[in-house]
Design a protein around this ligand. Structure first.
Ligand code: SAM
Length: 333
């Protein structure tokens, strides 16, 4: 994408992990209300005055790039509700060191923006899709399935590849659609990833009761399909298999049944400039006021290095499920 600084510093935490991946939330707002993510009717979002501006975001990501960050994912909330996102993406793609710029979206607004995002040099797209049934999709998310499907097809037409579909598997809700989702992804040449639900905030859906252990999903799939070991590029924790005789790769993201904290390589920057060290812990570091108080680029980097030392060893979703009261959309999913 862009040149990598010749002698980049590296960010190491206190547990020997190299932190080279930032997930950037450009807004905590979302046009959907997925039952496990945000409560119905939720409106308690950050005010625009609290948002990092594009200039502020660029400065922070530049500092991360100089400190060895190679992967950047734009997320939210729903990133495509932030005005002029392709402009920001283009600016971030041009930063030295950022080699892999990707986007997570619910795709409701992707049809109109896919080409501009591709032109801005976003290389990979992940789309959340929990149901292929119009009525069920409406109940689960409050949104229109047809818009998401239009967005997905526009992303394909714009040349995004791979396109990864993320499906949160929920007991008695969409478990019965796993096979349909496999067929859908084979038909459209998408990569499929299943995700275990994590207890984050009180959303109206009981994450504990609707949790499905993906080991059981994998075992059932193995009865129906010939699964062989698979690999996919990306910086994340998914473990892949491939459906033999097809191009379909299926990833399993198992923060609950098989946590992957020992290889965690990421931090999350929220729209208000707070750096979160872990999705499942409260450790954080406020960068916005530091910027607005006029710090130099070197001082900013020193703050980031200090912040990384706060990264905890692991989440406590299983041992302390009530701990995290922030919603995923606030931290940046
Ligand atoms: N709006 C974008 C999207 O839909 O991909 C990005 C943000 S969304 C919060 C990122 C991902 O987090 C989605 O795939 C969503 O399904 C997932 N997510 C949200 N809350 C979750 C929870 N409690 N457990 C597991 N996954 C969750």
């Amino acid at each position: 994408m862009t040149t990598t600084p010749s002698n980049p510093q590296q960010l190491h935490d206190n547990f020997g992990r190299n932190i080279e991946y930032v997930r950037l939330s450009v807004t905590d707002r979302c046009d959907l209300r997925c039952q496990y993510c945000l409560p119905k009717g939720f409106k308690d979002f950050q005010e625009p005055s609290e948002w990092l501006s594009f200039d502020e975001i660029e400065r922070i990501i530049q500092a991360f790039g100089e400190l060895g960050t190679r992967r950047l994912r734009i997320t939210g909330g729903e990133p495509l509700v932030r005005a002029n996102l392709p402009e920001l993406a283009g600016r971030l793609a041009a930063l030295p060191g950022i080699e892999d710029l990707s986007l997570s979206t619910n795709a409701t607004r992707l049809a109109k923006q896919a080409q501009a995002l591709k032109d801005a040099r976003i290389s990979r797209i992940n789309v959340s899709l929990d149901s292929l049934q119009t009525d069920r999709f409406k109940t689960l998310t409050g949104g229109k399935l047809s818009k998401v499907l239009d967005g997905l097809m526009a992303a394909k037409d714009a040349g995004f590849a791979p396109i990864k579909i993320n499906m949160v598997v929920l007991k008695d809700t969409n478990e019965d659609e796993i096979e349909d989702m496999v067929k859908f992804c084979i038909e459209h040449d998408f990569t499929l990833r299943f995700i275990e639900t994590m207890p984050m905030g009180t959303t109206g859906l009981d994450a504990t009761n609707q949790y499905v252990d993906l080991q059981t999903v994998k075992a059932k799939l193995a009865e129906q399909f010939d699964l062989v070991p698979g690999v996919m590029p990306g910086g994340g924790p998914a473990r892949y298999v491939q459906v033999a005789g097809t191009d379909l790769r299926i990833g399993f993201i198992t923060p609950m049944s098989q946590h992957f904290c020992e290889t965690c390589n990421r931090v999350r920057l929220s729209v208000d400039g707070t750096l979160y060290m872990c999705l499942g812990q409260d450790d954080s570091y406020p960068l916005r006021e530091i910027l607005r108080d006029g710090c130099s680029d070197d001082e900013l980097k020193q703050h980031i290095i200090k912040a990384i030392q706060l990264k905890p060893e692991r989440h406590e979703f299983t041992s302390n499920p009530g701990k995290i009261v922030r919603f995923m959309s606030h931290t940046g999913g």
